[in-house]
Design a binder for this molecule. Structure first.
Ligand SMILES: [Fe+2]
Ligand SMILES: [Fe+2]
Length: 249
């Protein structure tokens, strides 16, 4: 059995509140009698992509458990690579920060869905070719594709400003491939849906939650920074369907 702790959108910026919200999650994980096998953080690690913010990310996520990270639209490739050398293993020296990592018998294809200086997501022709090639490699075990931008519309006036573009091209690459699940962040909501025939499992936003317009309005605007931070636990048992639970410790 493999247990994956899936965190997202920590948005560390040197201030107390995001740090305290992340610590609610990390201290919860530290209490497990059977530690999770891997922690995956699906982007928006730093709030402004600054060097000092990555130093904080590196310090706050220090763990005996392997920690995998990928960039979100708030991140910046060069300072991310420089500040997170202990966590990120990606060829090249700038954008994109793609990675293939194997932990606990599982393969994690960590896709950089960001566009420098933009908030929407997009995979270039080169990125799509890379993803296609990686997913064609035989692997005996679960394969998780992780990326910041989920391949969907939230039908939300705010979140839909920053969609993953050209979703049909991503769909063509993912369709028919052996993918256990697609792990995403960005929309600051725990989401469960499907794409290209695969489950899409989005982690809650640790920094905040963005409710739908039809939900009760948060006390402080569109973004709810009072909703509890949360995470997903993905539990993979060989021969069984993936199970996911969401926790808001
Ligand atoms: Fe975010
Ligand atoms: Fe984001």
């Amino acid at each position: 059995m493999i247990v994956i702790a899936h965190l997202s959108d920590i948005h560390l910026d040197g201030s107390d509140e995001p740090r305290a919200r992340l610590r609610r999650i990390t201290s919860y994980l530290a209490e497990f009698s059977r530690p999770v096998d891997v922690i995956v953080v699906t982007g928006d690690l730093a709030d402004h992509g600054l060097e000092k913010e990555y130093a904080e990310v590196a310090e706050e996520l220090q763990s005996d458990i392997p920690v995998l990270m990928l960039p979100g639209n708030h991140d910046s490739s060069v300072p991310l690579r420089a500040g997170l050398t202990a966590y990120v293993d990606s060829p090249g020296d700038g954008h994109p920060v793609h990675q293939v990592r194997e932990v606990a018998g599982a393969r994690f294809v960590l896709v950089d869905s960001t566009v420098p200086e933009e908030d929407h997501g997009l995979l270039s022709d080169e990125s799509l070719a890379w993803l296609d090639g990686v997913l064609r490699e035989p692997f005996d075990g679960p394969v998780f594709v992780a990326m910041h931008h989920p391949p969907l519309s939230m039908h939300h006036p705010v979140m839909d400003q920053w969609l993953l573009l050209s979703q049909e091209r991503v769909e063509a690459v993912l369709e028919g491939k052996a993918v256990t699940a697609i792990l995403t962040g960005h929309v600051h909501n725990p989401i469960v849906t499907s794409f290209a025939g695969h489950p899409v499992l989005g982690a809650p936003g640790i920094r905040s939650t963005v409710p739908f317009p039809f939900e009760p309005a948060p006390p402080n605007g569109i973004v709810d920074t009072t909703a509890p931070p949360g995470l997903a636990l993905h539990i993979h048992t060989p021969g069984e369907p993936l199970q996911t639970v969401y926790r808001f410790p």
